[in-house]
Design a protein around this ligand. Sequence first.
Ligand code: GRF
Length: 196
Amino acid sequence: MLSVVVLISGSGSNLNALLEATENPLFGAKIVAVGSDNPADGLAHAERFGVPTFVVSPGSFDTRENWATVLMANINHFKPDLIVLAGFMRILPSNFVGAYSPNLINTHPSLLPQFPGGHAVRDALYAGAKTTGVTIHIVDEGVDTGPHIAQREVEVLPDDNEFELHERIKVQERELLINTVRDIAQNKINLAAISK
Ligand code: GRF
């Protein structure tokens, strides 16, 4: 059984989808803890499923590296095989990335390398993109630059606003994230090979 720690910053709909999917023992992965950089609403999903949670806020530390060290101590307590960033809106320093990558994946709401960063959906709309989507990738030391694991396209509709487009992306994102974690758990995706 692949043990997974999920990190979130917001509403946690991707987390909730993963919690539901991993209830099935045949899925092959189990969420052992959920962490956040703030008291995020999405932590309630973990609590509902009886999964332990932790919050480590960067504001309490003098450097990002010191913050990451304490975040890592919380994660390591659960001995995960995989860390999933599911709407975790912080850039992780190299001590963190070096400790876990390639077993550290992120979901991003665009077809990378287009529209990296924290405003991917807005940026796609402003750029007049006809198609955007979602990318699941291995986290490296850049911002949304790591090797791609899976992508799915989503059409931009003529009168889309940011919220509506993001909601349609998230429908695809949840399914793609579930399938990706399942395939990692079932050895159909080899993260070490993708990261080479
Ligand atoms: C997702 O679209 C994620 O890719 C982005 O923020 C959103 C988080 O949604 N970075 P949720 O918290 O899982 O509902």
